[in-house]
Design a protein around this ligand. Structure first.
Ligand SMILES: C[S@@+](CC[C@H](N)C(=O)[O-])C[C@H]1O[C@@H](n2cnc3c(N)ncnc32)[C@H](O)[C@@H]1O
Length: 298
């Protein structure tokens, strides 16, 4: 960044945008273009609300503020660190979550279903909810806030991730209704749950090798799954029925592994959900369907 003295915010953002374009950064962790990426970084560091009106663009960024931004910009451009890790905050379902390199940066299309209270997918408001493979806790916490009567369990195998999930439980004042639990998939959990939500690791080694540099800062435990990405999703599918109430449902993300999963299990009636704001590879199966599919899943 070549500014040595104070500069209007608009001018700073334009220059950053140009630098991001020249550096050919990858955007996949909360934004999808250089302008939004620059806004995310600068507004977070300067403590400016994302809801601020356009007059904020006239605000002067002081040389002290530029000095604070400068090392972060270098890390974004040279080391390709995603902005969420630089500012230790990511947004999911309109809510802020504390994140760092111990957890994946929240970005699941599940946020859209949460905003709609899982309309047409659940027969009644769920009272016991499980967020399996919770990471930062974003899915379970956002869901808990939409179902104020529900108790929510946030499960992960990683102690480091659970530390952050607990921080986010407290950040959102959910200590009385949400609990972070260490579990290898469903092993240490006790159903029945009315709703199991899961965004598990589902990326194959070949796909990991091809990912843009930004993804290398995320924990590989959050991405990688054996058997071309399907090992962990299949294990959850095999056991989920035993952890669901009679009218319970499983909603799981498998991203671009969805074709491989459908091909592997042609007789399982996956309901692949559609998203207005983008995203794919999320299915729903009822407890009844999972029970009926036990033979195919075995
Ligand atoms: C794709 S990340 C999802 C994080 C979060 N739910 C989200 O959407 O941002 C997958 C998470 O699964 C956890 N995980 C990996 N293997 C697991 C296992 N065997 N049992 C439980 N959690 C596991 C990882 O630690 C990671 O936090």
């Amino acid at each position: 960044m070549s500014f040595n003295t104070e500069v209007p915010l608009a001018q700073l953002l334009e220059q950053l945008c140009q630098q991001f374009e020249e550096a050919q950064l990858f955007y996949g962790h909360g934004t999808d273009n250089p302008w939004d990426e620059a806004v995310y970084l600068v507004f977070s560091v300067l403590g400016i609300s994302f809801d601020a009106d356009d007059s904020i663009m006239q605000r002067v960024v002081s040389s002290e503020e530029l000095a604070r931004l400068s090392p972060l910009l270098r890390q974004r451009i040279e080391a390709r660190v995603p902005v969420a890790y630089l500012v230790k905050e990511a947004w999911f379902a309109g809510l802020p979550f504390t994140v760092d390199e111990r957890v994946l940066i929240p970005r699941s299309p599940l946020a859209e279903l949460i905003a709609q209270d899982f309309a047409a997918l659940v027969q009644r408001p769920p009272t016991r909810i499980l967020d399996l493979c919770t990471g930062s806790g974003c899915i379970g916490i956002a869901t808990a806030l939409n179902f104020p009567e529900a108790k929510v369990e946030l499960a992960d195998i990683s102690d480091a991730a659970l530390t952050l999930a607990q921080i986010n439980i407290e950040r959102h004042g959910l200590q009385s209704r949400a609990k972070a639990i260490k579990s290898d998939l469903l092993q240490s959990l006790h159903g029945p749950y009315d709703l199991i939500l899961s965004n598990p690791p589902y990326v194959s080694q070949a796909e990991i090798d091809e990912l843009p540099a930004e993804y290398c800062h995320e924990p590989v435990l959050g991405l990688f799954s054996e058997e071309e990405g399907l090992a962990i999703p299949l294990q959850i599918l095999r056991n989920a029925a035993d952890y669901l109430s009679a009218d319970g449902v499983l909603i799981m993300e498998v991203g671009y592994s969805h074709e491989a999963l459908s091909a592997r299990l042609p007789n399982v009636p996956f309901l692949w959900l559609e998203f207005e704001h983008g995203g794919e590879g999320i299915f729903m199966l009822s407890a009844e369907q999972l029970r009926a599919a036990q033979a195919a899943l075995a």
